[in-house]
Design a protein around this ligand. Structure first.
Ligand code: EAX
Length: 349
């Protein structure tokens, strides 16, 4: 009986093995035929074979405003180039921190990144202009400056680092959250351990408020909040929502202390090496996706306070003037490094 069973098992195995082999052969045959058929007729497929890949790295989640805007960019650029460009998106710091990504773009080991201006102070000091507290208080002023001469001078300052700045997208007005107490005045910030971007102006601003600033890459932030290594953090509402900070932070203060633009950067040599029509397509797609992404953020922001309230956050609206006065000394500290001219230009003085 045992022998019969073993024999049956062996026969079964042979049948399965041969069966699988045949299945694979058939599959290969099929795809070969498809390839032969389409290679003469489907131009789209042909161009895809030689597509130039643009990898874009960023630290935010697939629910974020960065990801949504970049999906739009991908769609536009692939359509405009008939898929001669293949945009690949790497979200959630898969390829490292913002600083790593900017370094990668600078050295040419990565084609592109979308990063807030926070870590850019390490590459071009001029960018610290945008980091000054309350220097930008409304979007109209922000977009005019960023899309105008001032913005393009800023982007050109990245040239010497091997980076071409394509344009300014939106990260947003930064708001303060913490797990200790509601913040109504600068006094309430005293002593709080606040995670900040690795940016000297931001660090000084929170020092001026009497907080303990802790610089940290974004990828480590959720865990740090969860484990209470830090008491709080500051980011735009859209990030507080899409990165689920409301799960580990109870208090949200609508401070808008920094306006955080996001810079779309591409490696300069890579860009210059592309055919002119591909360069044009990238520029056009960037400009269209930028407008789309900014509108997306504006629409979203209106609903976000209610959303975060419904997710359990206690919201306060501190007097911004008090925060502005408490952080005024930061302007004096950095005015020489940034340049008073630039500061006055942005303040429209
Ligand atoms: O660029 O690190 C931060 O807090 C930034 O807002 C974020 O990485 C988006």
């Amino acid at each position: 009986m045992k022998k019969i069973v073993s024999l049956f098992m062996i026969v079964l195995m042979i049948v399965v093995f041969v069966g699988c082999g045949k299945g694979n052969e058939t599959k290969t045959d099929n795809s070969d035929t498809t390839k032969k058929d389409t290679s003469q007729t489907d131009k789209k497929d042909k161009s895809n074979e030689k597509a130039t890949v643009i990898r874009i790295a960023y630290t935010l989640s697939p629910e974020s405003h960065y990801h949504k805007g970049l999906e739009k960019f991908k769609e536009l650029v692939e359509e405009k180039t008939n898929n001669q460009i293949d945009v690949q998106l790497f979200h959630s710091a898969q390829l490292g921190s913002e600083r790593d990504a900017i370094e990668g773009v600078s050295m040419g080991t990565l084609e592109a990144t979308l990063s807030s201006t926070g870590p850019l102070a390490n590459f071009s000091k001029k960018f610290m202009l945008f980091d000054l507290p309350f220097i930008i208080q409304d979007r109209t002023t922000a977009f005019e400056a960023l899309d105008g001469q001032l913005g393009s001078d800023m982007l050109s300052s990245l040239d010497s680092k091997g980076i071409r700045g394509l344009g300014f997208w939106e990260n947003g007005f930064r708001m303060l959250t913490n797990s200790n107490r509601p913040v109504n005045s600068p006094e309430d910030v005293k002593g709080l351990k606040i995670r900040l971007m690795e940016n000297p102006v931001h660090m000084e601003t929170f020092k001026a408020l009497g907080a303990q600033p802790v610089p940290m890459p974004f990828g480590e932030l959720f865990t740090a909040l969860q484990q209470k290594t830090v008491d709080g953090q500051e980011n735009p509402l859209v990030i507080i929502d899409t990165s689920k900070f409301y799960e580990v932070q109870d208090n949200l203060a609508i401070t808008g202390h920094f306006y955080s633009p996001a810079v779309f950067m591409i490696n300069k040599d890579f860009f210059n090496g592309l055919a002119p029509e591909l360069q044009d397509a990238i520029n056009e797609a960037e400009s269209e996706a930028r407008t789309w992404q900014r509108d997306y953020c504006i629409d979203l922001e209106e609903k976000l306070v209610e959303t975060l309230k419904s997710k359990g956050m206690e919201i306060t609206y501190p007097d911004k003037k008090a925060f502005q006065e408490a952080t005024q000394s930061v302007y004096d500290k950095f005015k020489d490094e940034i340049g008073e001219d630039l500061i006055n230009q942005l303040l429209n003085k």
